[in-house]
Design a protein around this ligand. Structure first.
Ligand code: SF4
Ligand code: SF4
Length: 442
């Protein structure tokens, strides 16, 4: 904050924001506009206020007291996916995420009188009280699992019955995978196969472990095959991203502190994460815990690696099994923009004998999942999903690989709607399959 900045303005608590946003962040933007072409929302609406430059201008104007956090301003800020494509594009190194994330929380803490942009109580309960806790999510989804198992879920969906649900719940129901698999609990310790090359902690996540437990098992197997002893701390919890990105900072901090206690990070070579959103959140713990426990957070964060990043650093053991598949790769925003991990998943896929990697146009443009964005902003999310689908279809690929559970669910949903036989998986699932597949016949 500048010295002469006002301490209050209609709409948001500027004192709260001043504690969290260094005013220099706004000043770093030189308004060049080089980020706009990479912004998914700007590509869809063509509105400057839906571009990074426009949003920085709006946030700075509210902070300076020149503009109220009106419904119109909130709409443009809420529309932001927090995908951070603008950070990749910006030659001035503007840290956009460090402005929009506190702003989104501040808007939730001070809702507009009209309720614009407010996360409703039901969705908030689901996001804050159910999703971050895997056992609660499994329990809540048990009836859905039963309906899907006997084929009734699809019938109810097609009957239009779900239309009586609020839009966010409709989006949630639509997003569920075709089958909800049973839990695959991992033991606390898995030995390395062959000579031990590293000792790693495995983060299993919350929603991802309920929706795709097989990917966690595949990750553990791949690590073992690459000579890693795998530690799976039983007291690990949700990374905090669901709370943090929907306006609840305090519980996010508590979850982060619990993870710091759960992982014996000083004794591990790496903390391995297979969900881009969670990995990005882990890597941001220094920022989140800067007032509470910055030293421990820095030591924890230094060990965090996406699974592909870790394997490439370690030197992956090439699989001999053949997967004759045409695969395209979508860059999850929280992997390519927030963590700058781009080449590593591709390297792993290219190692697989028989697999053909087809380039995906606009692979770094958000698919519309963006954490809980597909629940809070279903229309824009859908537009971006359709745009992604059109590019995928043009590649002719029969498999889409992407390193984030949210993207897998979002793309799989759009593919289902188009009734195309395209499989959507995590790259590590393919690598795991290749380790146990038969070699190609000569
Ligand atoms: S985070 Fe993504 S949606 Fe938001 S302004 Fe940046 S590029 Fe646009
Ligand atoms: S955020 Fe960066 S690229 Fe975008 S207008 Fe500002 S300085 Fe230019």
């Amino acid at each position: 904050m500048t010295k002469d900045s006002p301490t209050s303005a209609p709409g948001v608590d500027l004192g709260w924001l001043a504690d969290r946003i260094d005013y220099r962040r706004y000043q770093e933007c030189v308004h060049c506009g080089l980020c706009t072409a990479s912004c998914p929302t700007y590509l869809v609406t063509g509105d400057e206020n839906d571009s990074p430059r426009g949003r920085i201008y709006l946030m700075r104007s509210v902070t300076d007291g020149r503009m109220a956090a009106s419904d119109e301003v909130r709409k443009h800020l809420d529309n932001c996916l927090d995908c951070r494509a603008c950070e990749t594009a910006c030659p001035s190194g503007v840290k956009y995420g460090q402005m929009i994330e506190p702003y989104k929380i501040a808007m939730q803490l001070s809702p507009s009188p009209s309720g614009t942009g407010k996360v409703g109580w039901l969705l908030k309960t689901i996001l804050h009280q159910i999703f971050p806790y895997k056992n609660r999510t499994r329990l809540a989804l048990a009836p859905v699992r039963a309906l899907k198992a006997v084929g009734l879920f699809g019938i109810l969906e097609k009957s239009g019955l779900f239309r009586i649900l609020p839009k966010s719940l409709q989006a949630m129901a639509n997003m569920l995978p075709e089958t909800l698999p049973a839990a695959e609990p991992l033991p606390e310790r898995l030995p390395a196969i062959g000579p031990r090359r590293a000792r790693v902690g495995l983060f299993t996540g919350c929603v991802s472990d309920v929706m795709y437990p097989g990917t966690n098992s595949a990750t553990a197997r791949v690590l073992q095959r690459n000579g890693c002893e795998v530690v799976v701390p039983p007291n690990q919890v949700c990374c905090g991203a669901i709370h943090y990105h929907s306006g609840a900072e305090k519980p996010a901090i508590e979850l982060a502190e619990q993870n710091l206690r759960a992982f014996p990070f000083d004794d591990l070579d790496a903390i391995v994460v297979n969900a881009a959103g969670c990995g990005a959140m882990f890597k941001d713990y220094v920022h989140l815990l800067h007032k509470r426990n910055p030293e421990a957070a820095a030591r924890f964060t230094a060990k965090v690696r996406d699974i592909s990043e870790f394997l490439v650093e370690l030197g992956p053991i090439p699989p001999t099994g053949s997967l004759p598949l045409d695969v395209t790769y979508h860059d999850a925003c929280h992997l390519c923009h927030a963590q700058q991990v781009r080449s590593q998943p591709r390297k792993l896929l290219e190692m697989i004998p028989g697999l053909k990697l087809l380039p995906l146009p606009e692979s770094e443009i958000c698919c519309g999942a963006a954490g809980t964005y597909n629940l809070t902003q279903p229309e824009m999310s859908r537009e971006l999903g359709e745009r992604k689908y059109a590019h995928i279809e043009k590649t002719g690929a029969t498999v889409v690989a992407t390193g984030n559970v949210g993207c897998i669910m979002q793309i799989a949903k759009i593919v289902r709607d188009h009734e195309k036989p395209i499989e959507v998986v995590h790259p590590i699932d393919l690598l795991d399959r290749a380790y146990s597949a038969a070699p190609a016949k000569p």
